[in-house]
Ligand binder design. Structure first.
Ligand code: SF4
Length: 148
């Protein structure tokens, strides 16, 4: 049983999503009862504003972005946000390490936080977002909010 859990901040009711919404739910609150919670939004943490243009991955999923073989780009304009996404992933890992989180509960299908699915171009594909990939590679168990 994990005592400290890193959590996508939008799942805790913070309005940090690209569309200015949050995704808080009773399910999440119940699952985290008795846990020490470390809220983190990698995208706003990396300096992206809210609301912000929607981002998709291009060329591969989170692992490929981290390896330098794929990018994170704004869906409409194509503007490259790869550096911010990589920075956000590092922030998440730093926070997990600082507070001793061994598990991360992450918002599904986000280009940062998705653990099972994320958008590559317009396609929802199997794979992790950039932050989920970074945490997973560092040995942190990543859990989807949809698996609660
Ligand atoms: Fe931030 Fe991740 Fe939630 Fe997107 S899914 S708003 S990056 S915490």
């Amino acid at each position: 049983e994990a005592r400290v859990v890193l959590v996508s901040a939008c799942l805790l009711g913070q309005a940090c999503r690209y569309d200015g919404q949050s995704k808080g739910s009773d399910r999440v609150r119940q699952a985290l009862e008795g846990k020490e919670v470390v809220p983190l939004c990698p995208e706003t943490g990396a300096g992206l504003g809210t609301p912000r243009p929607a981002v998709v991955l291009r060329g591969g999923t989170g692992e490929a972005v981290l390896a330098g073989h794929a990018q994170a780009v704004e869906r409409e304009s194509g503007q490259d946000q790869t550096a911010a996404f990589r920075r956000g992933a590092e922030l998440a890992l730093e926070a997990a390490r600082r507070f001793g989180a061994t598990v991360a509960l992450l918002k599904e299908r986000s280009p940062s936080c998705g653990t099972q699915g994320t958008y590559v171009g317009e396609q929802l594909v199997q794979g992790r977002g950039v932050t989920a990939a970074r945490l997973h590679a560092a040995g942190i168990l990543t859990v989807s909010d949809e698996d609660l």
